[in-house]
Design a protein around this ligand. Structure first.
Ligand code: SIN
Length: 310
């Protein structure tokens, strides 16, 4: 008889979850990515009986996330997902670019098994370190029968890869899912689910085949946004521009004119989202630039990068 897959693979990439502060009371002056994933797991008694394998894919402050690391991470996630003995994957990550990595992994792999990203807002030696509980919760989600797709597990909530966003710079409960709300919660190892797991067609790993990705840049509309930045980008070389507009994705007229030139004359792909933290960009009559829906500007940049890589 074939046994059910039970192993959880935890891929470490660094972040505050792996960070340490010189003074345990210092919640902002710490250094991210100091402790290896094997040691982090070994320090958590609640994970002692769980069949876990660890692998260090990167060790960075996630502000420094790169296309090269995304490529390496996606390949390792795909490799372990393909193993018959693996039930699910956990990825430890920094909070700062977690919504980008979650979005990228879901779009590229659309996994049929769970891939739970988790992180921490406080370093490992903080007075109120949230990393260990978040990691235990993420392992619970990765082991949950029927779970699938890329999710983020933070502060007891399970967020879908398409909706997850960092909404607070400091609070431990820093993440949300916008209007959609979380998929569910994990409390004392028990999952309560309100929505379905993330699903989409997988683009496939070949979308990350290029060594050098298309150059996609985000610009923002604001008072006096004169469009000079767009002209500078055109001079510098750019393949795609994500514009974070005001409100429902509206743009300063001068910035809009520059983007029209970029799209119409220089053939640059433009995707429009909002600089507002939550809510969609709804279509209006005579839209010139495609809407990124409810994606955050950072996620919209990943979306455009992937589209231009196809
Ligand atoms: C990071 O994103 O790596 C640092 C910040 C954090 O994890 O909260």
């Amino acid at each position: 008889m074939q046994s059910l897959p039970s192993k959880i693979v935890i891929l470490g990439t660094g972040g505050t979850l792996a960070g340490t502060a010189t003074e345990p009371g210092d919640n902002v002056g710490y250094r991210a990515a100091q402790i290896g994933i094997a040691e982090i797991v070994a320090r958590i008694p609640a994970l002692a009986g769980v069949p876990i394998e660890t692998e260090q894919v990167a060790q960075i402050d996630s502000k420094d996330m790169s296309y090269a690391i995304w490529r390496a991470l996606a390949k390792r996630v795909a490799f372990h997902l393909g193993r018959d003995d693996v039930a699910g994957i956990v990825v430890t990550h920094g909070t700062d670019t977690l919504e980008e990595s979650a979005y990228l992994l879901q779009r590229v792999l659309a996994p049929g098994k769970p891939v739970a990203l988790t992180a921490a807002m406080r370093p490992a030696n903080a007075l109120q370190s949230d990393g260990p509980q978040n990691l235990v919760d993420a392992v619970c989600v990765a082991r949950y029968a029927g779970a699938k797709g890329v999710v983020a597990v933070l502060a007891g909530r399970i967020h879908g890869a398409f909706e997850v966003r960092k909404l607070h710079t400091y609070r431990i409960d820093a993440f949300g899912s916008g209007d959609a709300g979380p998929i569910g919660v994990v409390q004392e190892g028990v999952l309560t689910l309100w929505r379905t797991w993330p699903e989409c067609a997988a683009l496939g790993l070949h979308v990350l085949a290029r060594d050098t990705p298309p150059r996609v840049v985000t610009v923002m509309s604001h008072a006096d946004a004169d469009g000079g930045i767009v002209d500078a980008l055109l001079a510098h070389g750019v393949d795609g521009i994500v514009v974070a507009g005001t409100g429902n994705g509206s743009l300063h007229h001068a910035l809009e004119a520059a983007l029209r030139r970029a799209q119409g004359e220089a053939g640059v792909a433009v995707l429009r989202c909002s600089r507002v933290a939550c809510g969609p960009v709804l279509p209006t009559a005579n839209d010139v630039f495609e809407s990124a829906g409810s994606l955050t500007p950072a996620q919209a940049r990943v979306e455009l990068l992937l589209r231009l890589s196809l």
